[in-house]
Write a protein that binds this ligand. Structure first.
Ligand code: NDP
Length: 294
């Protein structure tokens, strides 16, 4: 009997065993995903658990083999494992393949498949406010989050993405990476102490780590007088949800989207992959807001 058949049979019987999920990272102690995942499991009466596990880079192969052997339903990866995990998996979903990084592993039968839900989480938040199809996007930042978001925007039909990054080299590398893979116009604009947003920007995104706790007064140096009032402005920073960047945009009269929504949505997509239940995002947001308020 394989693990999938065993799980099926197991569900029918008297059961003192939970289905397991986790996040593997290093350092990982401050990762809050457990809070929202377990709140969802409890709310939906799912007999699942979510563990926060410190995994050193040299132990990643053993950790993945252990999760496989113990029948985990899946697990998240955070820094520094998102790329390193790929050779230990049995396949990749479309986004993970194009992005070249995995933040969510899903057991499908006997296979462990790598997905990337960061960009999709962002996209779901964006879709609540604007249709990305045909949108002209300006993105500040060129790291992993920027790459995941740019790929999903392009797959969703955005017309153009302009990357603005402090390190020119990293910005140029991301532009080239995206140009080689996507059917979307990808260009670069210069970083400065007063970044002027290109004309016609429909969506402006902060995809840097500026503003993340404890840097709560940090703000990318955008000249908000250059931002059209009908631009939708989004931040990836989940904590604090209301960043100085979003405050500046709101003062300008723009509609804003916070990074907490992205965090919740990517978690929600993962839980749906693992359990088959699409969890209530309100329950997850309430749980996260409570820990961030502390
Ligand atoms: P990376 O380290 O890959 O990239 C960091 C980016 O931020 C780079 O573009 C870097 O520019 C820029 N940056 C950092 N500090 C500064 C600074 N002081 N001035 C100018 N630019 C700066 O990180 P990730 O892309 O993985 O993550 C970025 C942020 O996204 C993090 O804060 C993370 O918490 C958040 N995130 C949120 C998610 C959510 O669900 N809400 C999901 C994933 C990430 P340079 O290249 O010049 O160094």
């Amino acid at each position: 009997m394989n693990m999938a058949e065993y799980h099926e049979e197991d569900r029918m019987a008297l059961n003192f065993k939970q289905d397991l999920t986790a996040v593997f990272g290093h350092p990982v102690a401050e990762n809050p995903t457990q809070v929202m995942a377990e709140a969802a499991y409890v709310h939906h009466d799912l007999n699942w658990r979510y563990l926060t596990v410190e995994v050193l880079p040299e132990d990643l192969p053993a950790a993945v083999a252990g999760a496989r052997a113990m029948g985990f339903g899946g697990f998240n990866l955070t820094i520094p494992h998102k790329v390193a995990v790929i050779p230990h998996l049995d396949g990749l979903g479309e986004s993970a393949e194009v992005i070249g990084a995995v933040n969510c592993v899903v057991r499908r039968g006997e296979k462990l498949i790598g997905e990337n839900t960061d960009g999709r989480g962002f996209l779901e938040s964006l879709r609540e406010v604007i249709d990305p199809r045909g949108a002209r996007v300006t993105m500040i930042g060129a790291g992993g989050a920027a790459r995941a978001i740019a790929v999903e925007l392009a797959l969703a039909g955005a017309t153009s993405v302009t990357i603005i990054n402090r390190s020119e080299k990293r910005g140029a590398e991301l532009v080239e990476y995206l140009q080689n893979r996507l059917d979307c116009e990808v260009t670069r604009a210069p970083w400065s102490s007063a970044i002027s947003v290109p004309n016609g920007t429909d969506v402006l995104i902060n995809a840097t780590s500026i503003g993340l706790y404890p840097d709560v007064t940090g703000c990318p140096p955008v000249d908000f007088t250059s931002v059209p009032k009908d631009t939708v402005v989004a931040d990836v920073i989940p904590n604090p949800p209301r960043t100085p960047f979003l405050e500046g945009a709101a003062k300008r009269g723009c509609r804003t989207i916070d990074g907490l929504g992205m965090l919740i949505n990517q978690g929600r997509i993962g839980i749906t992959y693992w359990t088959g239940v699409n969890p209530d995002p309100t329950v997850m947001r309430t749980a996260l807001e409570a820990v961030f308020a502390d």
